[in-house]
Design a protein around this ligand. Sequence first.
Ligand code: SAM
Length: 159
Amino acid sequence: MNYYNSISRSYNELHREEQLNKIRLIKDNLEIKKQDFLLDVGCGTGIFAKEFKCIKIGIDPSVNLLNQGKNAFYIRAYAENLPFKDNSFDSVISVTAIHNFKNIRKGLEEIKRVSKKDVALSILKKSSKINEIKNLIKELFNIRKTIEEDKDIIFFAKR
Ligand SMILES: C[S@@+](CC[C@H](N)C(=O)[O-])C[C@H]1O[C@@H](n2cnc3c(N)ncnc32)[C@H](O)[C@@H]1O
């Protein structure tokens, strides 16, 4: 976590374009209505927020990244303990964050718990935990589509 706090000032400069590519792929493959609730787990600086026209909430443990967030509501929290009731969100997304979770199973179970309908999970191909993450996603979600892009694989699933 200290790592993301320490690079927070240059995060957007370093990663904005590549993250936007993934976020736009997610947006194009989800049906989100204006009145829908969308959660981004591990939202960082909130790059996702401008791309979606609905009610948006982002959570992340890094205060320094969250402080840069715009165009959404931001809450400091960990994926492993999401401060929301069951089935709170029409869609839940997580973009290149899952390999950072301390307890990946718990984080994915929490994503499932708070989601009502659609889930999009973008996972880093070069992560040493890729197989563990893939297996857990397959175990916990009903995958309907997979897209492989430059750096990530994106799983689209129903809860
Ligand atoms: C590569 S960044 C991606 C940020 C953002 N999703 C984006 O697309 O720009 C990984 C993010 O995971 C967050 N993270 C680390 N541990 C986490 C945890 N346990 N729960 C939720 N997010 C976490 C980091 O703070 C960081 O913002």
